[in-house]
Write a protein that binds this ligand. Structure first.
Ligand SMILES: [Zn+2]
Length: 396
């Protein structure tokens, strides 16, 4: 099974390859070439002069297309994967919200079932548990009823229950959070600091014990604080100072242009992952929606291109899609397309530990490809050599 994508600008890790050709065999990239090359018996996709880039990788996502991963159904998982594939996402890390343990375990079960049936959407890269070990004061839109300190009895049960957990976010200053981070690291699970009031000394200890990523930088985390006369660096400053990775909700609403530029200036494209953090209303019309499961979720309102709590005191997740993140970095933050794509592909792949298979257009990697125009509107999405979405293309 051979596929040839030709007549487009390839975005390789280090350059734009104009009039490039990508050759794919059995779901893998086997050749990256300048000009058109003969490939016997290949199906041919004409990229019509558009960009041909690695597929987008979303490390933090809750929903889309009217579904949430906590809805309690396989259909929700598949619906989200298919919705976001239309916007260029080829791999994602389904993310939970704080919830009852029973709902969490059910979601982990459903992940397994959905993963086995997911042939038409973005691939799943394991589950991200967002909570429940958070600082109550930084809960944001997380349901306060379920927020608590790390409890080894509880998390050991969850870890033993499912081997599909690849990422877990927690507040590192909580009692037991350092032990928890070490345990995650030991299991090969990405540990991230999130919804936290930690000061520098606490983030440093967390970093030394396995926490390597800051979850949605600036959202639900401490900055500089003052106790009496003395100032303390918060989690944000710590993420800048330490060799940590950061993920940012670049929907253009959660972070204004100057902050996007600041983060890019300090951390650079190799340490920033763009995330949607999208809730169920992504890819849907604005209006009322529900954050979290339909059963236990919070009523929210979607307006101005973002979800808000009904009293409008806090955002309640984004409704962004991956194409919008890349577009914002280019158009709002004046970042090059090459670096913007890198933050949506190679860098998240490396952070998630799948860079041996995904994230760049390099021979040997999975043929996860997205074709988009000058305005980063998605034309075609391909997962492991299979076309799962196409807006328009011509078969020759
Ligand atoms: Zn989230």
């Amino acid at each position: 099974m051979r596929l040839k994508i030709t007549n487009g600008t390839l975005i390789t890790p280090y350059r734009y390859l104009k009039n490039g050709t990508l050759v794919i065999e059995d779901g893998k990239i086997v050749g990256v070439h300048q000009g058109n090359v003969e490939v016997p018996d290949a199906e041919v996709i004409d990229a019509n002069g558009h960009y041909i880039a690695p597929g987008f990788i979303d490390l933090h996502i809750h929903g889309g297309g009217g579904h949430d991963f906590m809805d309690g159904s396989v259909e929700a998982f598949l619906g989200i994967a298919e919705t976001h594939a239309q916007y260029g996402t080829t791999a994602m890390v389904p993310t939970t919200l704080t919830s009852e343990k029973e709902d969490l375990l059910e979601t982990l079960d459903l992940y397994e079932k959905a993963n086995a049936r997911n042939t038409k959407g973005a691939q799943f890269l394991g589950m991200h548990l967002e909570g429940p070990y958070f600082a109550l004061s930084q809960r944001g839109a997380q349901d306060p009823r379920y927020i608590r300190n790390p409890d080894p009895k509880e998390y050991e049960e969850v870890l033993a229950y499912s081997s599909s957990i690849t990422r877990w976010s927690a507040a590192p200053e909580l009692p037991g959070a350092i032990e928890f981070g070490k345990r995650l690291r030991q299991k090969g699970i990405l540990a991230a600091v999130a919804h936290t009031d930690a000061i520098y000394e606490e983030v440093l200890e967390a970093y030394e014990n396995g926490y390597t990523l800051a979850t949605h930088l600036y959202s639900a985390m401490s900055g500089v604080t003052r106790k009496n006369a003395f100032r303390y660096a918060g989690t944000i400053e710590s993420a800048f100072l330490l060799d940590m990775d950061v993920e940012i909700i670049a929907d253009g609403v959660h972070l204004p242009a100057p902050l996007l530029k600041l983060i890019y200036k300090i951390k650079g494209p190799d340490h920033i992952a763009l995330i949607t953090d999208a809730m169920r209303a992504a890819g849907m019309p604005e209006g009322e929606s529900t954050l979290g499961s339909l059963k236990n979720g919070l009523k929210v309102i979607v307006e101005d291109g973002v979800a808000k709590l009904p009293d409008r005191t806090s955002f309640a997740g984004s409704v962004s899609t991956a194409d919008r993140l890349v577009r914002n970095m280019v158009q709002m933050a004046d970042v090059s397309l090459l670096d913007s794509v890198r933050m949506m592909t190679a860098t998240p792949a490396r952070i998630m530990g799948v860079d041996n298979k995904k994230g760049t257009l390099v021979a040997g990697k999975d043929a996860d490809i997205v074709i988009f125009d000058e305005d980063i509107r998605i034309q075609t999405t391909i997962v492991q050599g299979r076309i799962i979405y196409e807006k328009q293309y011509q078969k020759i």
